[in-house]
Write a protein that binds this ligand. Structure first.
Ligand code: KG4
Length: 346
């Protein structure tokens, strides 16, 4: 069965055709980064307008590239939570129109579940149950994936998402939005120059830990500690080496996430970790997760970098399993900025 997937929760407009939740027939994604870059972050109103201008054209292009007729589309799946509300509504409304005009079911997809489902596209053998980490610009969540459509949050960030913290410290250093990938490159240079342990010693940063909720995370204090050291160096004429600072910051984020991943695998008695979301593209995090899962004898599934970020193929993949579970949505279905306000929560 072929699903048309639509993603528009933030600053990527994406349309994809995916067969049986696993095989990408075509995907077209348009990033709005160049537009938002000048503002130092995503401007929600502009994001919504750009999705509106481009979503229909991208869906048409994807259908042409897949070499199929629109009549072969069996369902339309679109992200309806969580995200920027105007941006979500644009793509989700388009999906409703497409489902209605094609006479096929509509599936409303949780963006976080979509990030987890990106791994189904890359690894045909992967099937629940497993433990997942979804780490992006908007969310940082540890999840028990009991079945394709049965996900339980084990822990989440209490403030900023990991990607948000990367973007904020990058911004302070004058690196254009989104700065995560550039911090990754700087950190590699910092590790080569100083070594990871020495970078941590020379540029110390906190690693918060919650006794009562070991799988919860916090990145706000870490971000503030980084920014304070940056400003202190500027104000006192002290030395500030961006590569050193980036290496130490990346080590701190990796420590926070890898320690939780280890905790999650042990406490869940799970031997499979799936990682998704834009920050899963981070080279050091990938390396550290690989070392830790190898040491635990657990399997690690990380999609290729191209599927770590927002894309519609992962939405169609999750949508397929939602459809199989009978979870289709009425045309009156709404979109939700946060999972808390969505009926049924996660
Ligand atoms: O999944 P995504 O494309 O969008 C959201 O759903 O948020 O993630 C984007 C986030 C941004 O914060 C970006 O800076 C971060 O992922 N990111 C990275 C890297 N590549 C992208 N963060 C750290 N290292 C990277 N290599």
């Amino acid at each position: 069965m072929i699903l048309l997937g639509i993603e528009s929760s933030c600053d990527d407009t994406s349309a994809a055709l995916v067969e049986d939740g696993r095989k990408i027939l075509a995907i077209r994604t348009l990033s709005q980064i160049d537009i938002h870059k000048v503002y130092g972050g995503v401007v929600p109103e502009i994001a919504s307008r750009k999705h509106l201008e481009t979503v229909a054209g991208l869906a048409d292009e994807a259908v042409k590239a897949a070499g199929i007729s629109k009549r072969e589309i069996g369902a339309v799946a679109a992200t309806n939570r969580p995200g920027l509300i105007g941006a979500l509504l644009t793509g989700f409304s388009f999906a409703k129109g497409a489902a209605f005009s094609l006479g096929v079911p509509l599936v409303a997809v949780n963006h976080i579940a979509g990030h987890v489902a990106a791994a189904y596209l890359a690894f045909p053998e992967l099937a629940p149950p497993f433990t997942a980490l979804s780490v992006s610009g908007g969310n940082t969540l540890f999840i028990r994936v009991q079945d394709y459509t049965d996900l339980k949050v084990l822990g989440s960030t209490r403030d900023d998402a990991a990607g948000e913290a990367f973007d904020k410290i990058a911004r302070v250093m004058g690196i254009p939005y989104p700065g995560g990938a550039e911090i990754d490159r700087l950190a590699q240079a910092g590790r080569e120059k100083y070594g990871a342990a020495e970078a941590v010693r020379l540029f110390p940063l906190p690693r918060p830990w919650f006794e009562d909720a070991p799988l919860d995370t916090s990145f706000s204090g870490l971000k503030t500690a980084f920014i304070n050291q940056f400003h202190h160096a500027r104000q006192t004429g002290g030395e500030f080496d961006p590569a050193l600072a980036a290496a130490s910051f990346t080590e701190a984020v990796s420590d926070i996430l890898v320690s939780r991943a280890e905790w999650a695998l042990k406490s869940e008695k799970s031997r499979v970790l799936v990682v998704g979301g834009g920050v899963a593209a981070n080279s050091r995090l990938r390396e550290r997760l690989r070392e830790t899962t190898d040491a635990l004898g657990a399997k690690l599934y990380m999609p290729p970098l191209s599927f770590c970020g927002d894309n519609a193929a992962m939405i169609a993949a999750e949508g397929y399993y939602e459809f199989l579970a009978g979870k289709t949505a009425p045309l009156s279905e709404n979109a939700y900025a946060s999972l808390e306000e969505a009926p049924g929560g996660f």
